[in-house]
Each structure stands twice: as structure tokens, then as C-alpha cells.
Design a protein around this ligand. Structure first.
Ligand code: SF4
Length: 317
């Protein structure tokens, strides 16, 4: 019998729950269509579900009619996007995760103190683009230890670093060590910009890897924190697969193994995890257990426009 071990915690974080509920509440309060700049969270199923309920996802603001209700995604946006929205007369509701906004504030504080900023993060990710665009002055993006060696800065005595919220804790520690070795005067938050949900899910994958032969991570290909979970599983020596849903399961992954670990990125709904469990059942008998892990009770306030509105009646998640 295949043993299926569930990681704890897994799946939705407080920032994702809030962002999805912001769209749901806006749909109830203002009625469709509600425009959302960028995928509200990086999950294909969540985006598709909200689309069927009247959300319209766009890449840029010029696709939105003047005056329309517009939601900024959980990843945050650059200043120029906020300014353009204001100029266009869009009624903006900001679903930026408060923990991303905290990093924006931190970067602005360092910049106001005359420090040049080094952002540790992944080029092209929506959060990174938003964070760079929230900080006045030069922001250097570094993705690897090698990038640190290649950095050219104005004044090594006046530097600070901040990080993307969904990075690998272990990789980030190495980059920070390289930064502090090359620039001893640099200031920064250590790995505290990496959010509680990312850290907890990574810790849980470390535990999972001790207990199973193969690891499955439910999450979309463009989800940063889900990719990190898969990479950590692989680095710990376990074949690890990132899957959108049960349809991606392949029987040959489980041939001759005794146990499979299952987790989900912070943007992946628990319904998909349960469907994967059902999918595994189709390959043969399974026994499901859950690892112990920290209990999360983080909740974030809603933006003022929606604080008193009714929660959506029936969330699909
Ligand atoms: Fe916020 Fe972390 Fe969730 Fe991103 S993963 S939305 S930073 S709580």
C-alpha cells in the first residue's frame, strides 16, 4: 500500500486568501466586470475560477476602461502603475500582500537614509518588478552568489539589501553571506523579508523529505514559492515534481516506491490537494497521514473599500 504523507502547513497563506477574497468581495459589492492587473495570485485554477465569475485579468492598465474597478494583485505594483491608475481615474483596490508592502517600506526607508539598494530576487517576477518600482533611486537585482561578485556600486559604505518574500531561505543565506563578505558595511534584514508562509512551507518540505521517497508539490509553474518547494525536495535527494493538478500525475513516478509526500505552494487551493489524493487512489490502495507542523493563524485586514462588505457566499476554494 502506498503511504501518502501530507506536509503541514501547506497551501494557501494569509496574503493569498486575502487577495482572492478581495476579488470575491469586489464582485459581490460592485458586480462584474472587475479588472485585475496581473494574475491575482499565481495559480491557474484560481484565476480561471475568478474569470468565470466576472474577473477580467489584464497585463497592463491600458486594457482597462476609464473609471473601472481595478484590483492590484498580491505581488504589488510599481509606483508608476499606481500613478497611471490614478491619472486614468481607475477605482483601485490594492490586494498587495501586507508582507510585500512591508518590504517596499523597508526599501524606501533605506533609500531615504542615502543607501543604494540591493534586491535579492528573481528577474522578471511580478513582485520583483513592483518592489524595484517602489524604491526611488538605483536598485541592483542579484539572483546568485556570482551576481554579488559582479556588482558595481556607488559607495560600498552606503548599501542595504532587501529580498523577495518567496525565496529559498538556504539560497538567500548564501547570497547574504556573499554580500556581507564583499560589503561589510551593508545593512539588511537577514532572511526576515522571506515571509512566514514561505519559511513554514520550506521547513515542512525538509521534514517531508525525511519521511518519503517522492515529493509532489501542487502549484502552478509561475508560482515562485511552489518552485522553491520542488527545488528543496530535489536538493534533499528526493525526486520532486511540481504539478498543477491531479491530471499531471504519472504512474511511473510511483513504481516500486513505498511513500509519497504531498505539499502545496502558498497559492494552491486545498481542493487541488484533495483531488491529487483521489488521483493517487486510482493507482492503488493508499494510506494518508499528515506530518505535524506549526499552526498558522495569520490574518490580514481588508482594504478600507471592502472592510465592511459581505464575504463572498460560496468561494470555490
Ligand atoms: Fe504574502 Fe507570503 Fe503569501 Fe506572498 S507567500 S502572499 S508574501 S504571505
Amino acid at each position: 500500500m502506498l503511504r501518502v504523507v501530507l506536509a503541514q502547513p501547506r497551501g494557501f497563506c494569509a496574503g493569498v486568501e486575502r487577495a482572492i477574497e478581495i476579488v470575491e468581495r469586489a464582485l459581490v459589492k460592485y458586480g462584474p466586470p472587475i479588472y485585475v492587473r496581473h494574475e491575482i495570485v499565481h495559480n491557474r485554477h484560481v484565476v480561471e475560477d475568478l474569470r468565470t465569475r466576472g474577473a477580467i485579468f489584464v497585463d497592463e492598465l491600458d486594457e482597462i476602461p476609464t473609471g473601472a474597478t481595478t484590483i492590484f494583485s498580491a505581488h504589488g505594483v510599481a509606483r508608476v502603475v499606481e500613478e497611471t491608475a490614478s491619472r486614468r481615474g481607475l477605482a483601485v483596490i490594492d490586494a498587495t500582500c501586507p508582507l510585500v508592502a512591508k518590504v517596499h517600506n523597508e526599501g524606501r526607508r533605506y533609500a531615504a537614509a542615502g543607501r543604494e539598494i540591493v534586491l535579492i530576487g528573481h528577474a522578471g517576477h511580478a513582485e520583483v518588478e513592483g518592489t524595484i518600482g517602489q524604491i526611488p533611486g538605483k536598485v541592483h537585482l542579484v539572483q546568485t552568489v556570482a551576481d554579488v561578485a559582479a556588482l558595481t556600486v556607488a559607495d560600498p559604505e552606503k548599501l542595504a539589501y532587501i529580498t523577495q518574500t518567496t525565496l529559498s531561505v538556504d539560497d538567500t543565506r548564501q547570497i547574504i553571506a556573499a554580500l556581507t563578505e564583499r560589503f561589510p558595511a551593508i545593512r539588511g534584514p537577514d532572511v526576515r523579508d522571506i515571509c512566514y508562509a514561505t519559511q513554514n512551507r520550506q521547513t515542512a518540505v525538509h521534514e517531508l523529505a525525511k519521511a518519503v521517497d517522492v515529493i509532489l508539490v501542487v502549484g502552478s509553474q509561475n508560482s515562485s514559492n511552489s518552485n522553491r518547494l520542488r527545488e528543496i525536495g530535489a536538493e534533499l535527494g528526493k525526486p520532486s515534481y511540481l504539478i498543477d493538478d491531479a491530471s499531471a500525475l504519472r504512474p511511473d513516478w510511483f513504481a516500486g516506491i513505498a511513500s509519497v509526500g504531498l505539499t502545496a505552494g502558498a497559492s494552491a487551493p486545498e481542493t487541488l490537494v484533495q483531488e491529487v489524493i483521489e488521483g493517487l487512489r486510482r493507482f492503488g490502495a493508499i494510506e494518508v497521514t499528515t506530518l505535524e507542523g506549526v499552526a498558522e493563524n495569520v490574518r490580514f485586514r481588508f482594504p478600507p473599500e471592502l472592510a465592511d462588505s459581505e464575504p463572498a457566499e460560496a468561494s470555490s476554494f
